[in-house]
Design a protein around this ligand. Structure first.
Ligand code: FAD
Length: 298
């Protein structure tokens, strides 16, 4: 289908973008990579009066900076730029690992991390990574507002951003170099959205114990969630395969998946158990808390 007619503007500066958003009071939509917005407009599920193209902001808002205690990723950074970033591969390898699984090369060359987070599709990949890594999302509306990822996602395609706010940056605390991580995405076919996706971070402590675990799960609820009970089960414990399996089963209790073309609700809940368990095993291996496991255990 063809979108309804709309006005097109491409402001040169961030304050101009905000002024335009304020002027049209929710009838204006930001355009980043266009890989979620344009399909919705073609289906006429989104019918903005004005499109505010952010193309001129790319020199300012597309970057990956690793300084001090944070890695800062500009909102207009494309998935492919994250996938190939040598600095992220060194400091926060979960980001390039997750980027590699987004859509196909064309999608990754156009879509942006900020667009994906602002769009808040419950089956998308960046929200799960942002939750697991305790990221802070930075919004600009004339002043700057820092929003923890856990407060950002409110429901399907709904965030705590105001209509006049622009997401400008994703700030991620640097994990200790010895941390373990894992990204698992179960997709029906190559390039598809997730049936289940999960991101796990493990901070190793003393005597082979887990100091801290962070587990985020997506695609099986109205919004991605942190499996906080599972995290508590693991904190301070020496990881065993049985313990990791129990933590994964606990994580699946929160899931409220819908039955659809990707499988029944029961099947998806089972897949949460499988993929969270695999992610926990892999993250503990990377943190040197368990020896590499044979395939059946994973
Ligand atoms: C074929 C296909 C396969 C895909 N597969 C996957 C996949 O496997 N995993 C996955 O996670 N995603 C997938 N996607 C989605 C893709 O990652 C999109 O690029 C992403 O969701 C949106 O980013 P964008 O830059 O294209 O945003 P746009 O489409 O330009 O914008 C999306 C929404 O966010 C708003 N917005 C954009 N930028 C900002 C900002 N800085 N501040 C505030 N609001 C903003 C827009 O107004 C719009 O409402 C797929 C898309 C396609 C077309």
């Amino acid at each position: 289908m063809i979108p309804r007619s709309f006005q097109y503007v491409a402001p040169k500066t961030l304050p101009e973008v905000v002024r335009t958003l304020r002027k049209y009071k929710g009838d204006a939509k930001l355009l980043a990579g266009g890989h979620s917005l344009v399909p919705l407009m073609k289906l006429r599920l989104s019918n903005p009066q004005v499109i505010v193209d952010m193309r001129h902001l790319r020199p300012k808002l597309a970057y990956i900076k690793s300084d001090g205690k944070e890695v800062r990723i500009g909102a207009l950074t494309r998935h492919a730029e994250i996938e190939h970033s040598a600095e992220l591969k060194r400091v926060l390898p979960i980001f390039p690992a997750a980027a590699e699984w987004i859509g196909d090369m064309q999608v990754r060359n156009m879509g942006t991390i900020g667009g994906s987070l602002a769009h808040a599709d419950p089956a998308s990949d960046w929200p799960v990574v942002a939750l697991a890594t305790d990221a802070t999302l930075v919004a600009y509306s004339g002043r700057t507002r820092r929003i923890p990822a856990v407060k950002f996602f409110q429901g399907p395609f709904t965030t705590s951003l105001k209509y006049y706010e622009v997401l400008t940056e994703i700030a991620v605390p640097k994990p200790p170099p010895e941390h373990g991580w894992a990204w698992k995405k179960f997709e029906r076919k190559a390039g598809d959205f997730a049936t289940v996706n999960t991101a796990v971070f493990i901070t190793p402590g003393r005597d082979g114990r887990i100091e801290r675990a962070s587990i985020a799960v997506g695609a099986v609820h109205t919004k991605p969630y942190r499996a906080t009970e599972s995290e508590r089960m693991l904190a301070g414990k020496v990881p065993t395969i049985d313990l990791l399996r129990s933590a994964a089963e606990k994580a699946a209790e929160i899931a409220e998946p819908a039955s659809d073309l990707r499988g029944s609700a029961e099947y998806k809940r089972e897949m949460v158990k499988v993929f969270v368990r695999r992610a926990l095993v892999e993250a503990c291996e990377r943190a040197n808390l368990i020896r590499p496991q044979v395939a059946e255990v994973r």
